[in-house]
Design a protein around this ligand. Structure first.
Ligand SMILES: Nc1ncnc2c1ncn2[C@@H]1O[C@H](COP(=O)(O)OP(=O)(O)O)[C@@H](O)[C@H]1O
Ligand SMILES: [Mg+2]
Length: 275
C-alpha cells in the first residue's frame, strides 16, 4: 500500500524560491521524523547541490541515459534524507521525450517507496520537462510571490497544465511575502483568476515571509532550517511542513490506491494548451 506523497514544486517565473522551499520543507519534515527525498529536476539550472554544498559523483542523467544504477545516484545527506542530484544543460532531458519519460518512471519508481515524501524541484516555466514531472506527481505546488509578473506566470502555468492534462488540483505557496495579509491578498488574486477563467480552485498551502536570513543561508550553502531555525521564514516553513503532514494523513486512502508516479495522458499538445 502506497503512503509516499510526491510533490512537484512549480513556478511560472524563475527565482521565486522553489529550490529553497523544496530544500527547507524536506529539512523540516526530516526534523519532524519523516523520510524525504529531494529530487533536482531542474535540468536547465540544477543547483540543489550548490545550496547544500555537496559534490555528488553521479546524477539523474547518468542513471537515465548511462549505466549508473539509480541507487548509486541517491546521495544521503543525513540518515533518512536523500538527494537525487541533476546536472545542468542536458537538452534531451529538458525536453523530456515520451520514451525517456517511460524509462524515468520505470527506473525511479522502485526506489521511492521507502520515502514519506518525494519533492521534485523543477525549473521555472512550462518546458516539456516541467509538464512531465508536474503530471507524474500526486500533488502540484505552485510557488508565487506578490510580484504581479509572478502571479500572471503562475496563472499561465495552471492554465497549460489544466488544458493539457485536465489537472484541477493545485496548491499555492506565497513566498517572499511581507505579511500574512499580503500573502492572502496575493493568493486571492490567483484564486480569482483561476476560478473565473479556468473553473479551477487552487488551495492555499501557506506563506513564507521575506527574510534576510534566507539569502545569508544560501551564501553559506546551508539550508535555512539549519542556519537560522528561529528566523521568520524558517518558522513559516516548519508550519507548512506540519500542515503538509496533516494533508498527507488525510490523503492516506487516496494515496494507498495510487502509484507514487503517474503516467500522464495528454489531452492536448502544448501548443493547443497554450492557445
Ligand atoms: N523568503 C525569502 N526571503 C528572502 N529571500 C528569498 C526568499 N525566498 C527566496 N529568496 C531569494 O531568492 C533567491 C532564489 O531562490 P531559489 O530558491 O533559487 O528560486 P528558484 O528555485 O525558484 O529559482 C534566493 O537565493 C534568495 O536570495
Ligand atoms: Mg531552482
Amino acid at each position: 500500500m502506497n503512503s509516499t506523497l510526491s510533490l512537484a514544486i512549480l513556478s511560472g517565473k524563475g527565482g521565486v524560491g522553489k529550490t529553497n522551499i523544496s530544500l527547507n520543507l524536506a529539512c523540516a519534515l526530516h526534523q519532524l521524523g519523516f523520510k524525504p527525498l529531494l529530487m533536482d529536476c531542474d535540468m536547465g539550472l540544477a543547483n540543489l547541490d550548490i545550496l547544500l554544498g555537496i559534490t555528488p559523483t553521479a546524477n539523474l542523467q547518468d542513471a537515465l541515459m548511462g549505466q549508473t544504477p539509480m541507487k548509486d545516484v541517491l546521495f544521503s545527506i543525513d540518515k533518512g534524507f536523500d538527494v537525487l542530484p541533476a546536472a545542468s544543460g542536458v537538452p534531451e532531458l529538458n525536453e523530456l521525450k515520451p520514451e525517456l519519460r517511460g524509462i524515468l518512471i520505470d527506473r525511479l519508481e522502485p526506489h521511492l517507496s521507502s520515502y514519506d515524501y518525494v519533492f521534485m524541484d523543477l525549473g521555472a516555466g512550462i518546458s516539456e520537462n516541467v509538464q512531465t514531472f508536474a503530471a507524474l506527481a500526486s500533488v502540484r505546488l505552485i510557488v508565487i510571490t506578490p510580484e504581479p509578473t509572478s502571479l500572471t506566470d503562475g496563472y499561465a502555468l495552471v492554465k497549460v497544465l489544466n488544458n493539457r492534462f485536465g489537472m484541477k488540483d493545485f496548491m499555492v505557496l506565497v513566498n517572499q511575502a511581507s505579511s500574512a495579509k499580503e500573502a492572502q491578498v496575493t493568493f486571492e488574486r490567483m484564486h480569482k483568476a483561476c476560478l473565473h477563467f479556468l473553473h479551477v480552485e487552487p488551495v492555499m498551502l501557506g506563506h513564507v515571509r521575506l527574510d534576510s536570513k534566507l539569502p545569508e543561508a544560501v551564501c553559506r550553502q546551508k539550508p535555512l532550517l539549519k542556519y537560522a531555525p528561529s528566523s521568520p521564514a524558517a518558522r513559516d516553513i516548519m508550519a507548512i511542513a506540519e500542515k503538509l503532514q496533516k494533508i498527507r494523513l488525510s490523503m492516506a486512502d487516496w494515496l494507498a490506491d495510487r502509484s507514487i508516479l503517474h503516467r500522464p495522458t495528454d489531452t492536448a499538445s502544448t501548443e493547443e494548451a497554450l492557445a
